[in-house]
Design a protein around this ligand. Structure first.
Ligand code: AMP
Ligand code: ZN
Length: 481
């Protein structure tokens, strides 16, 4: 069975046929680094990571690129407000992005190009567009002439006839009713100079428009035509429409073969957006005791093209599901095994593991149907539970055990929440060891009547969210912070 994806360009589910057999070039629009990502952004990056992991699961060699938008209207505004240079302003947000990726088990891309490092490539595309009569200068900036590109509107299906001929829009973000010539290169303004966001070009000093950045980085990293381009639904227009116009306008070749768009994460029914402040970021959630493994699970329960409403109740059941599946795998790992099992005992787990892997693959092949794929993992876990119950204290054959463990491992190579839950448990274990050591030191200090040290240790524990209670049986501790 082939892999199929819903292609926004054709509005149909299509068989995925990569340009080069056995390989896939994938580009995901990365974050604008003007704030820590919120978990809505993270849902989109998680979706990209899941797609990449699944293509690898299917044996493809994937080159996965995710850019960092480190110069645009919003980053410049932020740097100006804080009175710092652009790169000093964006760096902490880049650092926090990768910290969140690590905590959520989102693998880093093969390349994370930064827009500010790709200006020569942008200039080159704009020159090619000028040569082909698709770009023109006006008010010290350079614009794309949408009337010169017949394919304009093919991705978003915007009504180009409603566009006002010769009118221009200079902002990075604009609405469908604003279909107009868009900016490729912006002539320098005093505030750009102030934050060090100015480059010399044939059109004088200035800085790139947002859309040209992704065309330049994507084509430089993956070639003029590549397989898959991803992003959130809000990027279909104008960002991706404009990327197509600039790239195809410059090269005369198709830019991207499959366009995939992830739906929004909602917070209590509303769009989560940095601009409105209706957000949670990962740090907020971790501080409330939410486990990243539960967030991963929650994301998988909805198809990437469906909206997902984020609630704490849903997170709670996600956490419970992760705990159950992990518990099953741990029990299976610990069950006694024998090379030669009881011949009267019919093995059931290897046929089940094969069925589950086939079911998982089939569901993911169908445009990444993660919720159905997840139900296959539950089927495996139930089968294992039943099997262990039937066996009681009797050993399981090594082959049968291994087949089931391999299926868990392969599926989690794509889903990733079991590995993450195991890492979280280790961290919990590390914390426990540290707390025990500190409590022992505190008891020793108290014994020698060094109350200052004892109090300092209590404060140290409390700073890590640990509360100590002294009882007749000794000190009892819990994590409350
Ligand atoms: P930004 O940092 O604003 O450029 O957004 C980075 C990515 O997150 C883009 O692909 C957006 O489409 C996506 N995104 C923004 N808000 C949400 C949301 N509430 N849910 C899911 N994805 C989002
Ligand atoms: Zn982009």
């Amino acid at each position: 069975m082939p892999i199929r994806f819903y292609n926004t360009l054709t509005r149909r589910e299509e068989e995925f046929v990569p340009l080069a057999e056995g390989r896939a070039g994938v580009y995901c629009c990365g974050p604008t680094v003007y704030a820590a990502p919120h978990i809505g952004n993270l849902r989109t990056f998680f979706f990209a990571d899941t797609l990449r992991r699944f293509l690898e699961f299917r044996g493809l060699q994937v080159r996965f690129v995710m850019n960092l938008t480190d110069v645009d209207d919003k980053t410049i505004r932020g740097a100006l407000r804080d009175g710092v240079k652009l790169d000093a302003y964006t760096q902490p947000f880049i650092d926090s992005l990768f910290r969140d990726f690590d905590r959520l088990g989102i693998r880093h891309a093969d390349a994370h190009p930064r827009a500010t490092h790709y200006v020569p490539q942008m200039v080159d595309i704009i020159r090619r567009l000028e040569k082909r009569g698709m770009a023109y200068e006006a008010d010290g900036s350079v614009y794309f002439d949408i009337s010169e590109f017949p394919g304009y509107g093919k991705l978003s299906k915007v009504d180009v006839s409603a566009g006002r001929r010769g009118e221009r829009v200079a902002a990075d973000e604009y609405d469908r009713d604003d279909v107009r010539d868009f900016v490729l290169w912006k002539g320098a303004k005093p505030e750009d100079e102030q934050v060090g966001a100015v480059w010399d070009t044939p059109w004088g000093p200035g800085r790139p428009g947002w859309h040209i950045e992704c065309s330049a980085m994507a084509m430089d990293e993956l070639g003029e035509t590549f397989d898959i381009h991803l992003g959130g639904v809000d990027l279909v227009f104008p960002h991706h429409e404009d990327e197509i116009a600039q790239s195809e306008g410059a090269t005369g070749k198709p830019f991207v073969r499959y366009w995939l768009h992830g739906e929004f994460l909602l917070l209590e029914g509303d769009k989560m957006a940095k601009s409105t402040g209706n957000i949670f970021n990962l740090q907020d959630l971790v501080e409330r005791g939410v486990k990243p493994s539960a967030i991963r699970y929650l994301f998988l329960t909805a198809h990437y093209r469906s909206k997902l409403n984020f609630t704490f109740a849903a997170l709670e059941s996600a956490n419970e599901a992760v705990r159950r599946i992990r518990g099953t795998r741990t029990r299976l790992r610990g069950h006694p095994e024998a090379r030669d099992p009881d011949p009267a005992d019919e093995p059931v787990l290897h046929p089940l593991a094969d069925e589950v892997l086939a079911g998982f693959t089939g569901a993911m092949d169908a445009d990444l149907n993660t919720s159905v794929a997840l139900s296959e993992l539950h089927r495996l876990a139930s089968g294992v539970n039943q099997r262990l119950e039937t066996l009681g204290a009797k050993p399981i054959s090594s082959a049968e055990k291994q087949a089931a463990l391999d299926a868990f491992e392969r599926i989690d190579g794509v889903f990733g929440f079991l590995a993450l839950a195991e890492r979280e448990a280790e961290v919990d274990g590390d914390l426990a060891a540290w707390v025990e050591e500190r409590i022992a030191a505190r008891q020793a200090a108290r014994k020698s009547r060094d109350f200052a040290t004892a109090d300092a240790i209590r404060a140290e524990l409390s700073a890590r969210g640990v509360t100590v209670e002294d009882t007749a049986q000794g000190a009892r501790w819990s994590v409350t912070g």
